[in-house]
Design a protein around this ligand. Structure first.
Ligand SMILES: [Zn+2]
Length: 352
């Protein structure tokens, strides 16, 4: 049983997918196989077809009969106006109902804290005020378990294939599907751990600080380096950046990215001397160093965070001083730096 929005949203989704494909951001949209375990259905709110009863934790959906209500585990109360809902079946076989609501966001009380953050693989976040968050290393911790489950699935693959010839590539081996679900669950657990950490860290940073400056890291580029790829994807840097950006907008904070060609790792925060010898992989390996000009011992991560803070404050003031909402767009920040390069300023001589 489907409602009219089922088709509307399918059109929206294929439109979005092709738009991203034609922009070159994503691959060509693929047909979803009928027997694929992961499935999604989206619908919009109309004539109170979606209703949540908090007392007995039930929900009524347009896909169900009018009288029939579904028992759910509700993990937070519904606030605001319901816009739509998305029902997904994960590969693990669990069903999730996501309810999209429109809520008025209130700004957090203003304060005078400004912070620069450096994200990394060993220490996930180092901020210029001295706090740091260690790397979660979710995949690294679960690696042995994943390996074992993957081997177990691989052993069952032959059985699944043999039977599939009879029935249009449908894997008929129950044990194969069970092993697949187990592996998927393990991967999902890791993904959940990462999302949870990113949410907690971003929330804390946003609550504490009025303006947050971070480096515009080229994660895609780092993933191409296979010495770094695993550790970088395990850290989920992009996810943290996205969460910081939208939470800053929600709560009336400033989140600004410093251009990726700003030599944040090379400058000594005490005297401004730029050590051009620190580059690439070699630069990554050095954790702390002595400045040849002022003889001050700098920890690499916290020095970077302080440099990002200084550069971010400079860009922010150039962009018109304190702003009530959002941050300066990335291209504008890069443009400001480009002008400096043309003017021949020593601080803008980047290694990139
Ligand atoms: Zn120095």
């Amino acid at each position: 049983m489907v409602d009219k929005f089922y088709f509307t949203h399918a059109v929206y989704e294929i439109h979005g997918a092709y738009r991203e494909y034609l922009k070159g951001n994503r691959g060509r949209p693929k047909f979803r196989r009928k027997y694929a375990l992961g499935q999604t259905v989206t619908t919009s709110f109309t004539n109170s077809n979606i209703a949540v009863n908090a007392h007995d934790s039930t929900i009524s959906l347009p896909y169900l009969n009018k009288e029939k209500r579904l028992k759910v585990i509700q993990h937070r109360p519904i606030e605001g106006r319901i816009i739509g809902t998305k029902i997904t079946r994960h590969v693990t076989g669990d069903y999730y109902i996501i309810i999209l609501c429109e809520v008025e966001m209130a700004d957090l009380p203003q304060n005078e804290n400004y912070v620069g953050i450096d994200v990394g693989v060993k220490v996930f976040v180092t901020s210029s005020d001295g706090t740091s968050y260690p790397a979660l290393k979710a995949l690294y911790k679960q690696q042995r378990r994943i390996k074992r489950l993957q081997r177990s699935l691989s052993r069952k693959y032959k059985g699944a294939q043999k039977k599939s010839k009879q029935e249009k590539n449908v894997p008929r081996s129950k044990n194969y599907l069970k092993a697949k679900a187990k592996l998927a669950r393990a991967h999902e657990h890791i993904a959940n751990m990462r999302t949870d950490t990113a949410h907690k860290i971003s929330k804390e940073i946003i609550c504490k600080n009025q303006a947050i400056f971070a480096e515009d890291i080229n994660v895609q580029g780092m993933l191409k380096n296979h010495h770094l790829a695993k550790a970088v994807s395990d850290a989920a840097i992009n996810s943290l950046m996205q969460k910081l950006a939208y939470k800053a907008q929600w709560h009336g904070r400033v989140f600004l990215k410093v251009c990726r060609y700003f030599p944040s790792t090379q400058i000594c925060p005490h005297c401004g001397y730029q050590n051009t010898e620190l580059k690439g992989m070699q630069g990554l390996r050095i954790r702390e160093l002595e400045c040849p000009q002022s003889q001050v011992h700098n920890d690499r991560d916290s020095a970077t965070a302080v440099n990002i803070l200084n550069e971010g404050m400079r860009l922010w003031q150039e962009g018109g001083g304190p702003r009530p909402r959002g941050g300066m767009p990335r291209s504008q920040a890069c443009g400001a730096l480009k002008e400096l390069v043309e003017a021949g300023s020593p601080s803008a001589l980047a290694d990139g």
